[in-house]
Ligand binder design. Structure first.
Ligand SMILES: Cc1ncc(COP(=O)(O)O)c(C=O)c1O
Length: 534
């Protein structure tokens, strides 16, 4: 089964199944059939220079065009001296008549240059990641780490025998995270890297389920109906976990201004079949922290009353890389005895390009031994607890680079700056008039805002679409049960999003608002706008 939205069923907007191949001059890379390139005819600029009216004439032209109110690019008067105004461009492509199939394997090879150019050109249509305020995932890293990642591009994380130093860097990262998250036995740090928080959440959830099953089986109790309690705001990975591993999801709906899990509502859904409670540090919907400490305290009281000991998994996909640095006094981690495991996305506020997550358990006992596989195919007998087998090693190396390069102080500065940008930006958006903040960006550097109730001629989906015209991906989405009436926009501020970019975003919002305010009725709603996935 291939999970793909493309494939033969979909076709290009043009309906063509074949991609026209750009014209390629085969001789330029195949080495045979070399044809001499015809000499270039002199360009207009060069002719003018030959006639002795070079830089001065260009300056006059420029001035005349400026006076006529035309846009001109300012350039140094001497910049074209001695050169043609026209750049000689090698006619690289020359195979216009050929096509390649769009949805089936081409019959034969292409040259690397042609293959590269075709794909490169098609990918120009992808969005500009730096203008994407929808994603939590890192879109900027330092050039030095790109070099390091390129050096590690062939390393397979599973192959710990062939790449023992990459494996060593992974262990050091787990040890650093265990300490950062206050594991009581950090010297026997128990955890691993994953492809992201989704896989890490699956592993955390599986450990909860297995521990519960063992406990129940030992007491002679049935183990067939496990459930997991969480807020309805959880990321889709928890729905996947529940679905793939047959665990009932007990979802706490939103209510009024409560957009995430509360201690009372969590406890109200716990019983003897509850394998755990998931608390999210940094809700995907609005960037708010769930009250992990209060949830743990409520579960302490529940245990005192019922004898049921319900562990907590913290989904710190974003917050586990934020709170330790800029909210050091917030107790959300292994300082709370009830927290059994924590997941985080290295590729979100861990500041690494996509492809790395982490899961850490409080101590070795929290990860049942029978979930670990020992494999010896690769040379040595290695433990593995993962859904994938092979996995790129470069991202783990990049995570270690960040730890080494930034240290605690560097992470504090990066996350602190992101929060400054988010809170200032949310304040400016609130001042524009039509918007009302749901959150301010003072927990995760993420905030959500809605339209004031009196605005009825345009929607948040119209705002999102209008911002796309300027290249911004500013997502609009509707809220789940019991706030289906609410639709909001959300901004994620990440490393690389500066105060300057934030000002540009506000200017573009200001530029689009008059047009939206004049439109007679809403145009876009949740159904007819392009999708956004949490
Ligand atoms: C709270 C939360 N958990 C889990 C995930 C899934 O993370 P990943 O994309 O690393 O698999 C996300 C992603 O946004 C998230 O925000």
């Amino acid at each position: 089964m291939a999970l793909s939205r493309g494939g033969a069923a979909s076709s290009s907007p043009s309906g063509r199944e074949h991609l026209p191949i750009p014209k390629v001059r085969e001789s330029s890379f195949l080495g045979d059939d070399m044809e001499p390139v015809p000499p270039q005819s002199p360009g207009e600029g060069e002719l003018r220079q030959r006639r002795g009216c070079g830089a001065r004439r260009t300056a006059c032209d420029t001035r005349r065009r400026m006076l006529k109110g035309e846009a001109v690019a300012l350039k140094h008067p001497k910049s074209s001296r001695g050169h043609s105004d026209d750049l000689a461009v090698a006619p690289l492509f020359g195979l216009e008549t050929r096509t390649i199939p769009r949805h089936e394997l081409p019959r034969d090879e292409l040259s690397p240059e042609v293959a590269y150019q075709i794909i490169h050109d098609e990918l120009m249509l992808d969005g500009n990641a730096r203008l994407n305020v929808a994603t939590f995932v890192t879109t900027w890293m330092e050039p030095q780490v790109e070099k390091l990642m390129a050096e590690c591009i062939d390393k397979n994380m599973i192959d710990k025998d062939e790449y023992p130093q990459t494996a060593e860097l992974e262990s050091r990262c787990v040890a650093m995270l265990s300490r950062l998250w206050h594991a009581p036995e950090a010297e026997v740090a128990t955890g691993c890297s994953t492809t992201g928080s989704s896989e890490a959440a699956m592993l955390g959830g599986l450990a909860l389920k297995r521990r519960w099953q063992r406990r129940r089986a030992a007491a002679g109790e049935p183990t067939g109906r496990p459930n997991l309690v969480m807020g309805i705001n959880v990321q889709v990975c928890w729905e996947k976990f529940a679905n793939y591993w047959d665990v009932e999801m007990r979802l706490v709906p939103m209510e009024g201004d409560r957009f995430h899990l509360s201690p009372e509502e969590a406890v109200a859904r716990c019983d003897e079949n509850t394998i755990g409670v998931v608390a999210v540090l940094g809700s995907t919907f609005d960037g708010s922290y769930e009250p992990v400490k209060e949830i743990c305290e409520a579960l302490d009281a529940f245990q005192a009353e019922t004898g049921l000991d319900v562990p907590v998994h913290v989904d710190g996909a974003s917050g586990a890389f934020v709170a330790p640095f800029i909210d050091p006094d917030l107790a959300w981690d292994f300082r709370l005895p009830r927290v059994a495991s924590i997941n985080a996305s290295g590729h979100k506020y861990g500041l690494v390009y996509p492809g790395v997550g982490w899961v850490v358990w409080r101590n070795p006992e929290a990860l049942p031994e029978d979930l670990i596989f020992w494999v010896n195919y690769l040379g040595d007998n290695m433990p593995t607890f993962a859904l994938n087998f092979s996995r790129p090693g470069a991202q783990v190396v990049a995570q270690y680079y960040n730890f080494l390069r930034l240290g605690f102080g560097g992470y504090r500065r990066v996350q602190g700056y992101a929060r400054d940008v988010a809170t200032r930006l949310s304040g400016r958006i609130a001042e524009l008039g039509p918007f009302e903040l749901l959150t301010k960006g003072d927990e995760l550097a993420v905030f959500a805002f809605k339209l004031r109730n009196k605005v009825d001629n345009f929607t948040v989906f119209d705002v999102s679409n209008a911002m796309r015209e300027r290249g911004w991906q500013l997502p609009a989405y509707s809220f789940p049960k019991n706030r289906e009436d609410l639709a909001a926009l959300r901004v994620v501020v990440r490393r690389g999003f500066t105060h300057d970019l934030a000002d540009l975003l506000v200017s573009d919002l200001e530029r689009q608002l008059p047009r939206l305010q004049k439109q007679p009725a809403p145009v876009h709603d949740a159904a007819n706008t392009s999708g956004f996935h949490h």
